[in-house]
Design a protein around this ligand. Structure first.
Ligand code: GLC
Ligand code: MG
Length: 426
């Protein structure tokens, strides 16, 4: 959170399953569209928050399965765990608040007396969350009976039903909404209250997000009945909440446009980069655009034409070099020439390339050092390079003419290093 020195232009707080991540989209197209939009236009001055029902264990698993970005803040286990940055540093203040008035053992003991409840897996039982499965037809009656039972024992807990099957029991002060309220209060006390906040969800445990004052909200088109019903009963006349006509992450992009929260054209929706003159030119956009071209070139989704390569070379300084993750250094222009031989080599092989955490730092009046993680996914094969690029604007007084690449350096991330070095380019 300390990354930003001033209030975020936009803070997106999004649920993951069936909101940011579409489990019915094996190509992950809406997620990739969102990623490209976020990294090219928002990452540098905005905050991305994921708020999921998953435990940290299942969250990490999802990150391995799907092309997800790294959020600034991760809220897991239905708002009971708030963590910061890539290494998921816990917010101890939040833990302390939740510890007040919470008797986990007694909740476990009492709920075990309900045969309609089936305990979820061990990973999903957390210090401030106890989770069960319950049949949809029985949910209402069980919830009511549970409430009465807890009241009798003086237990002040929250019961949330989601996705037509999951029942979570949390401390009364927990939940996705309360976690967001805590976060907003904390940001405000630091003088960094985001200019706009957009919450995004699809199911019951997201309802609370939409009741936080001042925020914009989008229920994605595929939202569950329980959320739509909550909305009809509690927030029908709130013009700051929409039910998108698009699914999952595409619904989020739709809401950004609907509420005029900033640019909403994903670079993935731009088909011809040669004549794309964008309103918002920044180094992040340059990086996203380059790797998107690289993906399309290898999938043969752009024409195999010399003008494309010529325009790429024109954007490289003649003395620019590329330090290959295997350690070899070569001229950037030569690397681009070598792209001729890989045109269409991934056709029909589902190659996807995306960049994460694109963070530009201005190092002189017209030069930026841009760090990012560059991911490639091809079938089962997934790898990442930590990349550093130096970009300079052609004209010191304006960056509207685009950037010149001065240097690119890649290093393997974790165990990404492939066995076969011959197929690696950029
Ligand atoms: C996620 C969690 C599960 C929880 C559900 C609804 O699926 O893994 O434990 O019950 O979200 O909040
Ligand atoms: Mg969901």
């Amino acid at each position: 959170m300390d990354r930003l020195k001033s209030p975020a232009r936009l803070m997106i707080v999004s649920d993951l399953d069936h909101t940011m991540v579409d489990h019915h989209d094996s190509e992950n197209l809406s997620l990739l569209r969102f990623n490209a939009l976020w990294e090219s236009n928002y990452r540098h001055d905005s905050l991305l928050v994921f708020s999921t029902g998953r435990s940290p264990t299942l969250y990490k698993q999802l990150r391995k399965e799907k092309p997800m970005l790294t959020p600034d803040i991760t809220i897991t286990s239905v708002g009971t765990e708030i963590t910061y940055g890539n290494s998921l540093v816990p917010d101890d203040g939040w833990v302390e608040i939740l510890n007040q008035k919470w008797n986990r053992n007694l909740v476990v003991e009492e709920s075990s007396k309900f045969p309609e409840l089936t305990l979820q897996s061990e990973t999903e039982q957390r210090p401030h969350k106890i989770s069960f499965y319950v049949e949809k037809a029985k949910a209402q009656a069980v919830t009511k009976a549970l409430k009465e039972c807890f009241e009798k024992h003086g237990l002040d807990v929250k019961i949330i039903y989601s996705g037509g099957m999951d029942l979570d029991i949390l401390p009364q002060g927990a939940g996705k909404g309360q976690a967001l309220a805590y976060l907003l209060k904390k940001l405000k006390s630091e003088g960094k209250l985001p200019k706009n906040t957009l919450v995004c969800g699809d199911s019951g445990n997201d309802a609370e997000l939409f009741s936080i004052p001042e925020v914009y909200g989008v229920m994605v088109s595929n939202a569950q009945e329980e959320l739509l019903q909550w909305h009809a009963e509690n927030a029908k006349n709130n013009p700051k909440i929409i039910h998108a006509t698009e699914r999952c992450a595409s619904g989020i992009i739709q809401a950004i446009g609907h509420f005029s929260l900033g640019p909403n054209t994903s670079p993935r929706d731009v088909t011809d980069f040669l004549d794309c003159k964008l309103e918002n030119v920044n180094p992040g956009h340059e990086v996203v655009k380059f790797y998107l071209f690289f993906e399309r070139w290898r999938r043969a989704e752009v024409e195999n034409s010399e003008p494309y390569l010529a325009s790429l070379k024109a954007a490289c300084d003649p003395s620019a070099s590329f330090v290959h993750p295997f350690g070899v250094e070569q001229s950037l222009c030569d690397t681009i020439n070598a792209m001729r031989s890989c045109y269409g080599d991934k056709q029909g092989k589902q190659l996807r390339v995306w960049v994460d955490r694109v963070l530009p730092v201005q190092i002189s009046s017209n030069t930026w050092l841009v760090k990012f993680n560059k991911w490639e996914l091809c079938g089962e094969d997934r790898r990442c390079c930590m990349t550093t690029a130096i970009l300079s604007s052609k004209d010191a007084t304006s960056i509207s003419d685009g950037f010149t690449w001065m240097h690119v350096h890649q290093t393997w991330f974790d165990e990404s290093e492939p066995q076969d070095q011959s197929t690696w380019l950029f």
